[in-house]
Ligand binder design. Structure first.
Ligand code: 5AD
Length: 319
């Protein structure tokens, strides 16, 4: 469906959104079916050189104990995920120059031997680095644009511009990665028009997946006094993303479950078809605090079984 910005705004502001949710669910079923893709998420370094105002890992937050996993640890944790049925590993970190493209590339090559799909989520890199990592075997790259509103982007990101972010996404797409974008809902000074622009941008870039998450204020950031975003508005944005981009992959983002666990289940009836499961080892997990959340202990095998059962209870097919 090709909406205009104004039409999206009107839809987002509807008093009763139920029909739109039903339409999103129908389109989801018709285009991507009942499968829910489970991705294992490994947060391998919480070092970050950026100062994004909303993120607990920004480099000015001195209260975070920083960690880096060694390539061996990353590979052995991924191996455990593979053995327990995970078919995709998402390797996520802050923007940490310690892991050069060479080091990351070796990790990617080793993991490829496990026959897993690899998603990288390590921030902005240059053309050659993205190209090299693709050659090494990375399949997907996640880089959210966070907000499509220029002034808001610049206020939130003292270290970069929206232009640069979009340029990276275009390179990622051109190199043949499955390209993941996304944005936050409920950022300070965001309006429904901003969200409409966010959705349009995902479409314009041709994103193959989009993480749409609720903003959660983190007590050790400059946005500590801001309110959390609305879960209802997040679900509306996800539903419209499904209607506008019928075969896109849409994860039930973790932040949705922080405010209300039920929402995270609910989102599967609003268009979502992917879920990420943290498999970060317990000694590091709590240190990867982008935003505050209630973390369950990592037990790769048991978590997988539990999640598969939860998905089946929704009459969907875990993969
Ligand atoms: N609230 C919600 N999402 C956040 N992210 C970072 N900080 C926050 C926050 N305070 C999201 C961003 C980023 C992803 C890894 O986490 O969208 O891309």
């Amino acid at each position: 469906m090709a909406y205009t910005i104004d039409e999206i705004v009107d839809l987002l502001n509807l008093e009763d959104f139920r029909e739109v949710y039903l339409e999103a669910d129908r389109i989801r079923k018709e285009n991507v079916g009942d499968i829910v893709h489970i991705r294992a998420l490994l947060e391998f370094s919480n070092y970050c050189k950026r100062r994004c105002k909303y993120c607990g890992l920004n480099c000015t937050n001195k209260s975070v104990k920083r960690y880096r996993m060694s390539p061996e640890e990353i590979i052995s944790t991924t191996y455990e995920a593979a053995v327990n049925g995970y078919k995709t590993i998402v390797l996520q970190s802050g923007e940490d120059n310690y892991y050069t493209p060479k080091i990351l590339g070796e990790i990617v090559k080793s993991i490829k031997k496990l026959n897993m799909d690899i998603t990288l989520c390590c921030g902005e890199l240059d053309y050659d680095s993205y190209a090299y990592l693709k050659e090494c075997g990375a399949d997907r790259y996640l880089l959210k644009h966070e907000t499509a509103q220029n002034e808001l982007y610049e206020y939130l990101h003292p270290c970069g511009t929206l232009q640069e972010r979009i340029q990276c996404l275009k390179i990622i797409k051109k190199l043949g990665y499955e390209t993941g974008g996304g944005f936050m809902v409920g950022l300070p000074n965001q309006t429904t028009k901003t969200i409409a622009m966010d959705l349009m941008l995902l479409k314009e870039i041709g994103c193959d997946m989009a993480g749409i998450g609720t903003f959660i204020s983190h007590p050790n950031t400059l946005l500590k006094d801001c309110e959390h975003g609305s879960t209802e508005m997040t679900k509306r944005a996800v539903a419209l993303a499904r209607i506008m981009m019928p075969s896109i992959n849409l994860p039930a983002t973790t932040s949705l479950g922080v405010i209300n666990d039920k929402e995270k289940v609910d989102i599967f009836s609003c268009g979502a078809n992917v879920i990420m499961q943290k498999i970060t080892p317990n000694e590091y997990k709590a240190l990867y605090e982008i935003y505050p959340s209630n973390l369950a202990e990592t037990n790769i095998r048991l978590q997988r079984i539990k999640l598969e059962n939860q998905i089946k209870e929704l009459n969907r097919i875990p993969l």
